[in-house]
Design a protein around this ligand. Structure first.
Ligand code: SF4
Length: 218
């Protein structure tokens, strides 16, 4: 990738990020502290898409920070991808919340919020042109594969996404962290298989380095 192309993409992302920062199409646009556009390499081969920012992400304006973010970093490293080599974003750029009476709690994004925000995600895919998209969790997976997609039955399978980009889904790191004991080991085993599928797909392209042996991320 030429330096000029990298610079063009950086400018396009900066512009789009500024537009998102002004956006108030949904009610959550008014309750957020920060919009969370996404971050990473504008020339990334892999784009990771989660469902939406949580409390820490909203506070810092960055995607996948906190415990789930740390686990995502370890998952990516297990397939030789440092976080900074990937582009990480969400289906919605504002934190979806519900008022419990005492505090604002996280909730999954509503269909209309995902619809409103979709042009920003499509624009990110258009700018970055990743070779593979990894969707984390059911809401993100359904946003690409449709409402009938089952994360438990269809994770680890390849689908065709926007601009013909191969898309695969796996469990969200926050879901992995909620498991205990044998259930956690089993979920990790499944996720590791999905990550290997991502690695193999990326390595199917000639300019990538030879595979290294890794054990399951811890
Ligand atoms: S979720 Fe997306 S579309 Fe809705 S207000 Fe936030 S940036 Fe705008």
């Amino acid at each position: 990738m030429s330096l000029a192309e990298r610079a063009r993409r950086e400018r396009a992302i900066e512009r789009a990020c500024g537009v998102v920062a002004q956006c108030r199409k949904c009610e959550i646009g008014a309750t957020r502290r920060n919009s969370v556009y996404g971050e990473g390499d504008p020339c990334a081969s892999l784009m990771v898409v989660g469902e939406g920012p949580g409390e820490t992400e909203d506070k810092l304006g960055r995607p996948f920070v906190g415990r789930a973010g740390e686990l995502l970093d370890r998952m990516l490293l297990s397939i030789d991808l440092p976080r900074e080599d990937v582009f990480i974003c969400n289906t919605v750029k504002c934190r979806p919340t519900m008022d419990t009476g005492t505090r604002l709690a996280n909730r999954p994004p509503m269909p209309d919020e995902m619809r409103n925000c979709r042009p920003y995600l499509d624009e990110q895919i258009e700018i970055i042109r990743p070779r593979v998209i990894l969707a984390l969790g059911a809401p993100a997976a359904k946003s690409f594969m449709g409402e009938k997609f089952s994360i438990s039955k269809q994770r680890g399978q390849w689908f065709e996404g926007p601009l013909g980009t191969p898309v695969i889904a796996t469990f969200h790191p926050a879901y992995i962290l909620r498991q205990t004991g044998g259930a956690m080991s089993e979920v990790k085993r499944l996720v590791w298989n999905d990550l290997k599928a991502v690695r193999d797909r990326l390595q199917a392209v000639p300019d990538t380095p030879p595979p290294e042996q890794h054990t399951l991320f811890e």
